[in-house]
Ligand binder design. Structure first.
Ligand code: LMR
Length: 399
């Protein structure tokens, strides 16, 4: 039977991780996968996570099943983090919430849920979007369309084009938006633009679906959630998939959440029943450990403060690196304008160079980034910044 199976194309981001690991060059630089790194290039366990983990080991009394929805306390705390206390209070009877295996689990369960609402559902994703959005959503059988988003010339958003593309969507179509720190471009909607998108989805009867994978790594925990909170206040139905991979550094613990807002409390009971049934038929129940850590942190004042401080340091380091990257390129005499890197948010920016130039950086300098020229700014440091800038300038000048 298996002879019919063909080898699948490599996942670009995961393949890059493997190539980087194999490279013996001591000067190699990893600007590929979206993982936060410190000044030494490490991704340490956050102190708040480490302490919560110890508390958990001392206090945990059972390993029995937690059910398809996951832990109620985690679901409540993480929903409050995303929506803010008062909005959560206001909306809680319209919310179905499930702890999920990472943001990917949330995205896929949302897609399966949408499929059960209507098998012909079309999801509009930004051009470009995170490479795994399309397999995660399309793999569930949803149709994918793209809307114009990133403007390579200015490093901003082609907002008029985005709005006219979405104006062509039909009632019932779904619009996937990045809550903050757009992956891969770093170009975010401002609040006025969120308001305009909200007005458009309401007018056209579209369903907004927000992927929130980087809350706290752009401008701050509340600031980064301003757009999604505005939407949640206005629209009858909304889906939010969120991840604790980056802001809690829990990557391998696969910790995420799916929130589905229904038009009223009665409908929300049916939504929850369908969602939990969908989860049961896919992976039955989410893994516990990562969510249990988040629950300890968010319910303990000291740990919560510590976590916020650590997250703030990560955010500021990324912001500083953005400034230093642009300044160092300028000081070293780059001809192109890279000031957009300073304006963008979160881990990623496009360098705006060709795939050939990306390959030269990899082959000649052991600097790794995705072929689209997306760089993980957090992979830069005072130790490699000069080296990376010189290499980029050299490749730009000689190709
Ligand atoms: C990325 O975009 O690099 C991260 O979200 C990691 C991944 O799974 O692709």
């Amino acid at each position: 039977m298996f002879e019919v199976i063909q080898a699948q194309p490599h996942d670009a981001i995961l393949q890059l991780m493997a190539l980087y690991r194999q490279d013996p060059n001591p000067h190699k630089v990893d600007l590929g996968v979206g993982v936060y790194k410190d000044e030494l290039g490490n991704t340490p366990i956050m102190q708040a996570v480490d302490r919560a983990q110890r508390i958990l080991i001392e206090q945990e009394l059972t390993k029995t099943y937690i059910g398809p929805a996951g832990a109620p306390q985690y679901n409540q705390l993480i929903s409050q983090l995303i929506l803010g206390q008062s909005l959560y209070q206001q909306l809680s009877n319209r919310l179905a919430v499930a702890q999920t295996p990472g943001g990917c689990g949330a995205l896929r369960m949302a897609a399966e849920f949408l499929k059960s609402c209507s098998p012909d559902t079309t999801v509009w994703v930004s051009d470009p979007t995170w490479a795994n959005h399309i397999p995660l959503l399309g793999g569930a059988g949803l149709k994918i369309q793209t809307y114009a988003y990133y403007d390579h010339a200015s490093g901003g958003i082609q907002f008029d084009k985005m709005m006219s593309a979405l104006d062509a969507a039909k009632t019932g179509d779904v619009v996937l938006l990045h809550g903050c720190c757009h992956n891969p471009s770093g170009a975010d909607l401002n609040l006025e633009q969120w308001k305009a998108v909200t007005e458009l989805v309401q007018r056209k009867g579209l369903l907004p679906f927000v992927d929130m994978a980087y809350q706290g790594l752009g401008d701050g925990l509340d600031e980064d959630a301003a757009g999604v909170r505005y939407l949640a206040e206005q629209v009858p139905e909304l889906i939010i998939a969120a991840s604790c991979s980056k802001n809690f550094g829990l990557y391998r613990e696969r910790t995420g959440v799916l929130l589905i807002l229904s038009a009223n409390a009665e409908q929300s009971l049916n939504t929850a029943s369908q969602l939990f049934g969908t989860i049961r038929s896919h992976y039955s129940m989410p893994p516990n450990h990562g969510a249990a850590i988040v629950e300890v942190i968010l319910s303990n004042g000291d740990l919560r403060n510590l976590w916020q401080q650590e997250l703030g340091q990560m955010r500021r380091r990324i912001g500083d690196l953005r400034v230093q990257f642009n300044q160092t390129l300028s000081q070293q005499g780059v001809e192109q304008d890279f000031s957009f890197i300073e304006r963008q948010k979160g881990m990623f920016s496009f360098l705006g160079i060709s795939a050939q130039q990306v390959h030269r950086l990899r082959d000649e300098y052991s600097i790794y980034m995705v072929d689209s020229s997306r760089v993980n700014v957090a992979g830069l440091s005072s130790q490699n910044l000069d080296y990376v800038c010189k290499a980029v300038i050299n490749v730009l000048k000689t190709s």
